[in-house]
Write a protein that binds this ligand. Structure first.
Ligand code: GLC
Length: 663
């Protein structure tokens, strides 16, 4: 097997005896070994409790013994420079809470060809103000359509088109040398159907058949289907696929070539833990847990967010804490807002800043709310939902974003929609029509993704710039006053979204291409394996000719690049935007204006109010809305001058955003 473990066969072992035996065999790296065993001692209670509660019936103590051995082996394989980083990180606060941290999500091939090319392009990211890079999947993946690399064929084998493992480690080292960080995907819910495990299963190997959910007939699949939603109803309807070679049905929640891994099998856990630690040993600092809500399946449930999925993540984290304590987890949980936060559960003993599960999660609800406010021009739903959010546990943070490689799911809380004066169904329909350009007068150029006629549901594809109206504006006549205004408003919408992503909460993430206001790219329509997946239209190939225009005064690129670079640069200097700063939505008195007060933890630092106008015309809000402390002429940190105050109202231009500092 390409990536399976080389563990000795499981015998009747006592984990504590294994531990003691391992301790006796201390190798050359005595300090490293001592640190390992001290961390193991610290986490062993959690590891054994979690492993036993998940896998107790499948031979708990044997499993634990193998698990401890695996941790020891993977720790032995951890390069010394990474151990040194671990030691440094243990002595300081969490690296991902560093003030001003900003992330960038990027496809290697679409940005710079391969790993070597990427290293040459690093100055682009440094200049922009990025300190964490999320490289989209780069391990060997399914032949033909690979779902953008999310159908992994070889979990630790770097795709030769991008380079090799040594090249990846070199990149990690270079990033670390610059004080930057590397994030990558662990696609843990499913493997591709040409992964060695799936191939072995197809060849009749019982062991690997048990790595997946495989059913001889439709009885259980039908029971599952009754309660499971569909992820790709248009192109991959249903959650099961009949596999001829198996003569049976495999669970395939995503595409038919992505077989769901059976995490109730402890062998899957051990192999995937080894994969995770292998990624950590390549120098990856942040592991993005792809599709994490789907990890555990139980017939009769939606098979999302089940308690066991959380336990698995906790067990993975406890194990990672022993081998690679500086490594953090990012939850990709695009689910109901109240479910997302459960992946960030601190879980530790009261007062202890230990995070038991994920440290970061995408703020998918904020992202969807921003797009809602842009379409409706009204901030009620955004203000009430965002304002009602509880603060995250210490040691965790949101990853805030406007766009990523995926579609925009319009996930809102129905009760809040009603409170804001809308009916959930028609409101969703309006947003879908608006962003697919069907709504009369809409500025957006996007498309519906995965329309499901049975439920009326769909999501949205399109680049940030196109959804903000830039594509439509550029196709119009810029020489006319209307054309010039359309262009100006489109640019302001992009600025507004990125300005908010950089200031409302969390760590901002730039999706590659957005810094140049890249519009939709329709070339996917002619590409094999991509033509039926319109998410490719917003996965930009970075246009380096356009990039050269950032120094051309008056160009679209100069404007948007300058704005985003400005946001990221300025926020570094603002204590009120630190991860532990509080936020509170203030009543702005205008249905179009969002007003959020950010208060730094240290009281002597200044508070900053973020004011954002979602209307295409000027709006004002009363100065008193800010409360005392801002003085008669608050200073706008973004504009670098005092805000305009007229007749007691703070004026914001069309789609204007201001970061107003306390006097
Ligand atoms: C995640 C990825 C998405 C992919 C899916 C299946 O949601 O972000 O692009 O299609 O997982 O792996």
């Amino acid at each position: 097997m390409m990536t399976s473990l080389t563990l000795r066969p499981a015998g009747r072992e006592d984990p504590r005896a294994t531990l003691a035996a391992s301790a006796r065999s201390l190798g050359g790296d005595r300090a490293g070994e001592a640190a390992f065993f001290s961390r193991l001692g610290w986490r062993f209670g959690s590891i054994s409790a979690l492993a036993l509660s998940l896998y107790g019936e499948s031979g708990g103590s044997e499993l634990l013994a193998r698990l401890v051995r695996l941790l020891h082996e993977d720790h032995a394989a951890r390069p010394p420079e990474l151990k040194a980083i671990d030691a440094a990180r243990e002595g300081s606060g969490p690296w991902y809470l560093k003030p001003g941290l900003a992330a960038y999500m990027v496809y290697l091939d679409r940005f710079a060809g391969d790993l070597a090319g990427f290293r040459q392009r690093l100055p682009w990211l440094e200049e922009l103000g990025i300190d964490m890079v999320h490289l989209m999947p780069f391990f060997r993946s399914h032949e033909g359509n690979s779902d953008g690399g999310y159908a992994v064929r070889d979990y630790l084998g770097v795709d030769p088109r991008y380079g090799d493992a040594a090249g990846l480690s070199c990149l990690a080292q270079e990033l670390h040398g610059k004080g930057m960080h590397l994030a990558a995907d662990l696609v843990l819910n499913h493997s591709s159907d040409d992964h060695a495990w799936a191939m072995a299963a197809k060849a009749g190997d019982e062991k690997y058949r048990n790595y997946y959910y495989i059913f001889p007939d439709r009885e259980l699949p039908d029971r599952y289907e009754a309660a499971m939603p569909e992820v790709f109803p248009e192109t991959a309807p249903g959650n099961f696929t009949y596999i001829r070679e198996l003569g049976a049905w495999a669970m395939t929640v995503f595409h038919d070539f992505q077989w769901d891994l059976n995490w109730s099998n402890p062998e899957v856990f051990l192999d995937m833990l080894h994969v995770l630690l292998g990624m950590a040993n390549m120098g990856i600092d942040l592991i993005r847990l792809d599709a994490v809500p789907y990890l555990w399946k139980r017939a009769g449930t939606s098979c999302q967010n089940l308690e066991e999925a959380h336990l698995i993540v906790r067990l993975l984290k406890a194990c990672a804490d022993v081998v690679a304590p500086g490594v953090a987890f990012l939850a990709e949980a695009i689910v109901q807002p109240r479910e997302i936060v459960r992946y960030l559960d601190a879980g530790g003993i009261a007062g202890e800043a230990r995070v038991e599960e994920c440290q970061l999660a995408y703020h998918a609800s904020l992202m969807a709310l921003l797009w809602e406010a842009l379409a409706t021009r009204k901030t009620a739903l955004l203000a009430s939902t965002f304002g009602g959010e509880t603060r995250l546990p210490p040691g965790t943070a949101w990853l805030s974003y406007a766009r990523c490689h995926d579609d925009i799911g319009l996930g809102y809380d129905d009760a809040k929609i009603r409170e804001a004066g809308y009916a959930p169904g028609p409101h969703k329909r309006f947003l879908l029509d608006f962003y697919s350009g069907r709504y009369p007068g809409s500025f957006a150029t996007g498309r519906l993704f995965m329309e499901n006629p049975a439920t009326g549901d769909a999501r949205i594809s399109g680049s940030c710039a196109s959804l903000c109206g830039l594509e439509a504006a550029l196709s119009g006549d810029g020489a006319t006053p209307e054309g010039a205004r359309a262009l100006e408003l489109a640019l302001r919408r992009i600025e507004l979204l990125y300005g908010l992503v950089s200031s409302l909460v969390g760590i901002p993430m730039v999706f590659s291409g957005d810094e140049l206001a890249a519009v939709n790219d329709y070339s996917f329509e002619g590409e094999e394996g991509r033509s039926d997946d319109n998410r490719w239209m917003h996965r930009a190939r970075l246009d380096w000719d356009a990039a050269a225009r950032i120094s051309e005064k008056g160009s679209v690129e100069a404007r948007i690049y300058g704005a985003i670079r400005g946001y990221l640069g300025k926020r570094r200097t603002i204590a009120a935007f630190a991860q532990d700063a509080a936020f509170r939505v203030l009543a702005s008195g205008s249905e179009n204006v969002l007003l959020v007060l950010r208060s730094p933890k240290a009281e002597m630092e200044r508070r900053v109010a973020v004011a954002a106008n979602f209307a295409p015309e000027e709006r004002a809000f009363p100065l008193e809305a800010l409360g005392p402390g801002f003085g008669p002429l608050p200073y706008d940190l973004l504009a670098g001058r005092q805000a305009t105050v007229l007749g007691g109202g703070v004026v914001l231009g069309a789609y204007g955003i201001a970061w107003l500092s306390e006097a």
